[in-house]
Write a protein that binds this ligand. Sequence first.
Ligand code: EPU
Length: 333
Amino acid sequence: MLDFTDYSLLSHNTFGIDVSASRFIEYESEAELQSVIHHIGCKNILHIGGGSNLLFTGDFKGTILHSAIHGIEKVDETKEEIVLRVGAGEKWDDFVAYTVEQGWSGIENLSLIPGEVGASAVQNIGAYGVEAKDVIAVVETIELSSGEKRIFGNLECNYGYRQSIFKNQLKGKYAITHVTFRLSKIFTPKIDYGNIRSTLDSEAKLTAALVRQTIISMRMHKLPDPKVLGNAGSFFMNPVVSREKFESIRTEYPDMPFYQTDGGMKIPAGWMIEQCGWKGRSLGRAGVHAFQALVLVNLGGATGKEILALSDAVCHSVKERFGIDIHPEVNII
Ligand code: EPU
């Protein structure tokens, strides 16, 4: 277990914001976590993963918890399926790489997403037509107030687009220790999203490994590497609007991209932000990425407040132009 006071969070947030936490504790097992919360209580705690979906606007005056629970364990296997129980502290993309190497599929479209396995179950990470909820079977947690173990089945997690019970009703109340995934041994390609199909090497055999490679190159082309330019991936969620609202905008913008969802029409926030002229522009040391306007970047030494000021300005422009409220998906602390 690691336990530090006045600890720099620079290497724990991909935005590269230079803030500190009063205390930082990293635990390696459920028992260690239970012992930590027994001693420090559950007040003023923030549990983080890889820090890839966080914006710190100042020093954190409390205790940051981080899981170093590792391991990938096979819990069930049939001819068609494999069920894996994974430690919350495993790096998400290492897990994806491992499953693809083994010839298992289901999460290859979620390649190169930064962050850790525990956070994948909180955020319901999604990309290229696949969401974590599609493959999550069970989420194991520890309740921070009691130290008791609680297991959530997939349906109990209330998953939706970038949503889960852990981000809403139970926010900050449970720490995820393990996530169990149900993957397939029979490869069913999901390549209808955007331009995956046209980007795939048509000469090569279609495998999960090829889809992973294609997704990796697509992401590397569009999304900034946090090691080079601080960022937290998509800063905003794509708004879902009524069909009436959608039709009224489409009259003016016939080429507007969109996705039909159960709850209404989803309009890419990145497209709206680009229409507002923000793509590639900056405010102080905070910028809108030049290749994907959904991503805000730290141009070097930005504070969380500067990024937030840019976010507010972008939301304001989108509201003025389209009459739509867009909201950060990044957790602002
Ligand atoms: N678009 C623009 N300008 C932009 C950005 C996008 O016109 O600056 C247009 C694109 O041309 C396309 C549409 O908007 O027609 C959608 O763009 P894209 O496929 O890049 O996806 P997105 O909706 O902008 C979402 C996820 C991404 C994920 C991609 C691919 C959210 C909030 N973001 O972005 O997730 O990689 O789809 O599936 O849903 C992340 O969460 O960090 C992330 C990168």
